[in-house]
Design a protein around this ligand. Structure first.
Ligand code: NAD
Length: 265
């Protein structure tokens, strides 16, 4: 089968797409012709510029909705916004996420609750809201951005690792429930990607260990990622496009690690 990756006529929501991986995936989907609903936090003027420039560069329609995805009612409003403004919602990329690093016996309760809400429960609420429309139209792609930490653990990341393992479990169940429909649900598990989320961890490490930023970066990669290179948002975008293609129609419930060899160890 020729690999048809055109997404012309499809509408894609990417949560947390004002930065990092989500932005890379939104651009990759737009490059294949998908209309894009951006979501996330940030400077309103910068977000409006991003929305407009994406529309102009790729010749697609773009919307922005600033839902706080820790709040189920706002996720429902976000999905409705996509459907009302762009006519449907065909692709959902559950990407928004946060991190907090601390030992489990010192982990702040409110950080635990926020990570579970944003990194895990939001995926459930977005899928629940979007699935009826996908069923009605007979096509859908759900892509959950988990992590290498959805497959293996690391110290100091109890909430994040629990949430990401949960995302992979949710992915499998949704894939089974949609197995006889032209709707697929899969997860992508990145290793280290140099985004603001990881830069914060590098800066904290450099400060704590009295190292340069460059040394802290090398140490971070050296501990976990055998390639010693960061994964890029564009590489993750390429996989998201593939998962939306016809060639991927029978890929269901898979957690794809894109991690420079992290979980092969
Ligand atoms: P990032 O900090 O660059 O971007 C996070 C995005 O989520 C931003 O757009 C932010 O505004 C948005 N966001 C945060 N809280 C939100 C909320 N309550 N409501 C709506 N939007 C919210 O982070 P990133 O590194 O691009 O991470 C994206 C996803 O990839 C996360 O789920 C993260 O866990 C996952 N991930 C990242 C890495 C990495 O190395 N960077 C590795 C594996 C998995």
């Amino acid at each position: 089968m020729a690999l048809n990756t055109s997404l012309k006529g499809k509408v894609a929501l990417v949560t947390g797409s004002t930065s990092g991986i989500g932005l890379g995936i939104a651009h990759s989907l737009a490059a294949e012709g998908a209309d894009i609903v951006f979501n996330g936090f940030g400077d309103p003027a910068a977000i409006e510029a991003l929305r407009r420039e994406t529309a102009e560069k790729f010749g697609v329609r773009t919307e922005f909705h600033g839902a706080d995805i820790s709040k189920p009612a706002e996720i429902a409003a976000l999905v409705k916004h996509a459907q009302d403004k762009l006519g449907s919602l065909d692709i959902v990329v559950n990407n928004a996420g946060i991190q907090h690093v601390a030992p489990v016996d010192e982990f702040p309760d409110e950080k635990w609750d926020a990570i579970i809400a944003i990194n895990l429960s939001s995926n459930f609420h977005a899928i629940k809201a979007a699935l009826p429309g996908m069923k009605a139209r007979g096509w859908g792609r759900i892509i959950n951005i988990a992590s290498a930490h959805g497959l293996v653990g690391s110290a100091q990341k109890s909430a994040y690792v629990a949430a990401k393992h949960g995302v992979i479990g949710l992915t499998k169940v949704v894939a089974l429930e949609t197995a006889q429909l032209p709707i697929t649900c899969n997860a992508i598990c990145p290793g280290w990607v140099l985004t603001p989320l990881v830069q914060k961890q590098i800066d904290a490490r450099a400060a704590a260990e009295g190292k340069t930023i460059e040394q802290a970066k090398r140490d971070l990669l050296g501990e976990k990622q055998p390639s010693l290179e960061f994964v890029t948002p564009e590489q993750l975008g390429g996989l998201a496009v593939f998962l939306c293609s016809d060639a991927a129609a029978q890929i269901r419930g898979v957690a794809y690690n894109v991690d420079g060899g992290w979980v092969a160890q």
